[in-house]
Design a protein around this ligand. Sequence first.
Ligand SMILES: Cc1cc2nc3c(=O)[nH]c(=O)nc-3n(C[C@H](O)[C@H](O)[C@H](O)COP(=O)(O)OP(=O)(O)OC[C@H]3O[C@@H](n4cnc5c(N)ncnc54)[C@H](O)[C@@H]3O)c2cc1C
Length: 432
Amino acid sequence: MNRIEFDVVVVGAGPAGITAAYLLAKEGLKVALIERGEFPGAKNVMGGQFYSYPMRDIIPEFWEAAPLERAVSEKQLWLLSRESKIGFSYKNPQFGAPPYNAFTVLRAKFDRWYAEKARQAGVVIIPETLVTGIIKKGTQVIGVKTGRENGEIYADVVVAADGVNSLLSKYAGLHGEIESRNVALAVKEIIELPQGVIEDRFQLEKGQGVTIEFMGEFLKGMVGTGFIYTNKTTLSVGIGCLLSDWVDNGVSPYDLIEDLKSHPVVRPLLQKGTVKEYLAHLIPEGGYRSLPPLYTDGMLVTGDAAMLVNGLHQEGSNLAIMSGKFAAETILEARKAGDYSARTLGAYKKKLDESFVIKDLKKYSNAMPLLENNRHFFSTYPRLLSDAADEFIRVDGVPKKKKQRMILKGIFKRRGIIGIIKDALSAWRIVK
Ligand SMILES: Cc1cc2nc3c(=O)[nH]c(=O)nc-3n(C[C@H](O)[C@H](O)[C@H](O)COP(=O)(O)OP(=O)(O)OC[C@H]3O[C@@H](n4cnc5c(N)ncnc54)[C@H](O)[C@@H]3O)c2cc1C
């Protein structure tokens, strides 16, 4: 029987894999894109804000044709106490105009559209096919095994774009099981509401959207955030917390999302909405310190499979696209050199290192350990800030100077001067 051979096999049709496959096919290479889902996007979950950069370099003015939800013109952060909120907001209508900053997307629609672009460029998409192993000749990866009968597929080089908990990286011995403190479990509901209701309720111009991140007491001391993102006729509502925290605290994701939804200041935003879908997915949030080796002889690792997520800025899909682009560039260089060994493929890591991808992850390399060891940012401070606001805004005959003293006394009593200094230093070490 003839061997099935391609120039490149890409495993996983998310933003990383589709980008690599699309760019390589455009250069005339024979590319297979293998996806376990019924179609690209079928199994993919995101909050999600999809940043226009770097997608606009891959498909200029993609917003003219892509199935996008809303252009995000406002970002909000709400710190929730048990019954109130303090909110911060940045709104810029220019973010809602070309070249746009970010869009809300529903990945099942978006990935399907993007993969169709790749198919039109010549990529052979093989859906409903699980990759179950890699094929090696000595140290060189030369193909993949699939769950299909006689399903070996050979290639000069394999791109692992199979998402968080990448089986391909494990088969290649690049990393083992991800530690539960390096990964977040996110749960998300899609809640349907009429388009006009969403625009009135969130004070949006037609076609524009808002993202709201939540921190506070509803997290029960866990490291994580909640979110609401506005789509055209739905809201994406969810919570993501470190997997180790869910396990250690024994909190049910279902209960926590219900707590968020029934919070007195969140509830009115969701009123009369109908839950259409409930989804759960892991997010690799270990940051720079958790990066596995990103290449080996005959294989490159991209996107979530490579742990390329900037959790503090909710950036993952854009890093996945950047890595897919760098993988494609590196493969074209390797093809020219006729050498797919780690020595040549190492250029991929160099490209990532020199870009904002690794520079940003490096900048926040202290963030996860510091946040994990200091939970006050997620619960104590939202409470203290809202108590202070409550005291200061409430008119009850108490003189303002006395109120000021009461606020400071409350803060020092809850956290202490040493604690506050420590937290300020931690915050500085996270952002510096
Ligand atoms: C709840 C949530 C909210 C998020 N919010 C944001 C956000 O707002 N902004 C943002 O930029 N990022 C966000 N992210 C992160 C973002 O979704 C990811 O970083 C991004 O999807 C990574 O793309 P990828 O192509 O590497 O992997 P994925 O999109 O996970 O794609 C991997 C693909 O590989 C396939 N696959 C896996 N294993 C196999 C196998 N063995 N054989 C064949 N196919 C396989 C999967 O079915 C999937 O299609 C969020 C993630 C979650 C879970």
